[in-house]
Design a protein around this ligand. Structure first.
Ligand SMILES: Cc1cc2nc3c(=O)[nH]c(=O)nc-3n(C[C@H](O)[C@H](O)[C@H](O)COP(=O)(O)OP(=O)(O)OC[C@H]3O[C@@H](n4cnc5c(N)ncnc54)[C@H](O)[C@@H]3O)c2cc1C
Length: 339
């Protein structure tokens, strides 16, 4: 970074999704004068973070993720609770239909920190599943939050602590000619960020007065794996597809039908649910599905949160801030920036 930019304690964060807000929070904690610029005036549907499930489930995710997701993800619930007070620590429940018992066994083998449940124990945890599932896995230490509430709360706290927010569409490279910039634009940085790709995710928000679930439920299924995240007041986020595509405008009829039919398999009560929203966005990801910190000139890029935005953004933010403070390259540091 240029001497001018680095010696001033001022930083501009471009992007106020989960990455940008977490980075801004850590910067403020470390005494940086922080300005956040986003094209939206407040958290909203133009950021991928708006559509997330909000599961803080490092053990479940470790079934298919790199080891560092488990290593760093375990710290997320505490961070979010400290910063927002909105974390619900009710664990996660993983279930499968009887014919998919082998999938549940496989999932158990690949993950840690769970207990196996029989039919009575599954029913005791979630009575509204009506005894339909004869086995389950319970990850008691896992948590969840409502992403939209958490983003709003974090932003509100940043304002109170002195961060400045501007509404503008900007080019981080241009800003970097005069300022120290952290580029947290998510998938919008694709054209200038080597190796960044989009993984399309579709989801629905349902209101279902007939069912009252306490914790995220994951249904293992060979074709349509599903999770259901309670948002309170009988509202549920159900998701999410994982499609190698940068498309982020429309959900397909097939995806919506599959998500709804999987929810119906968890409980026929979902058949009576009202569909409040159908959401879609493209998760920013690198080839190993791990985030990266890159540095060129006055611009540091923090991107690639993939399906682990709320789970890994606190660690990504700490890595960026630590790098600014002591210039030691963090675990997720990579050297090249542009295509
Ligand atoms: C359906 C779905 C379910 C998911 N579920 C989970 C989950 O349960 N748990 C979890 O941890 N993660 C989940 N994720 C992943 C998570 O949502 C993403 O990893 C995360 O949102 C990426 O955050 P980001 O801040 O990098 O990008 P974004 O949230 O997209 O933020 C980028 C911001 O930059 C702004 N911006 C872009 N260009 C400019 C510009 N030129 N000038 C100014 N501002 C700009 C945008 O307006 C936006 O606000 C899910 C994702 C999807 C799609």
């Amino acid at each position: 970074m240029s001497k001018n930019a680095s010696t001033q304690n001022k930083v501009i964060v471009v992007g106020a999704g989960v990455a940008g807000l977490c980075v801004a929070s850590e910067l403020l904690d470390n005494g940086f004068i922080t300005t956040v610029i986003d094209r939206q005036s407040k958290p909203g549907p133009k950021s991928c973070s708006w559509w997330a499930g909000g599961m803080l489930a490092p053990f479940c995710e470790s079934e298919s993720a790199e080891p560092s997701v488990l290593k760093f993800g375990q710290f997320a619930a505490t961070w979010w609770q400290e910063k927002t007070g909105l974390v619900r620590q009710n664990g996660s429940l993983v279930i499968a239909n009887n014919r998919d018992h082998a999938d549940l066994q496989r999932f158990a083998k690949l993950t840690q920190n769970h207990v196996s449940l029989n039919q009575q124990q599954v029913s005791a945890l979630e009575p509204d599943l009506d005894g339909r599932f004869v086995r389950g896995l319970y990850y008691q230490s896992e948590a969840h939050l409502s992403p939209r509430d958490a983003l709003n709360k974090l932003r509100e706290n940043l304002l109170i602590r002195g961060a400045k927010f501007l509404t503008q569409q900007v080019d981080p490279q241009e800003l970097g000619k005069q300022h120290l910039v952290i580029d947290c634009r998510g998938i919008k940085a694709k054209s200038s960020t080597k190796g960044l790709r989009g993984v399309k995710g579709e989801m629905l928000i349902l209101r279902c007065p007939d069912i009252n679930l306490q914790r995220p439920i994951r249904l293992l299924h060979p074709r349509i794996p599903l999770y259901i995240v309670p948002r309170g007041n009988n509202v549920y986020m159900i998701g999410a597809t994982m499609i190698e595509s940068g498309a982020r405008k429309y959900a397909t009829a097939r995806s919506v039908m599959e998500l709804l039919s999987a929810a119906y398999a968890v409980s026929p009560s979902f058949g009576e649910a009202e569909i409040l929203e159908i959401g879609v966005d493209s998760r920013p990801a690198f080839s190993d599905n791990l985030p990266k910190v890159r540095h060129q000139g006055n611009v540091i890029t923090a991107n690639g949160l993939y399906r682990h935005g709320f789970l890994l953004a606190p660690t990504l933010a700490k890595m960026v801030t630590q790098y600014l403070v002591d210039e030691v390259e963090p675990e997720w540091f990579e050297s090249s920036l542009s295509n």
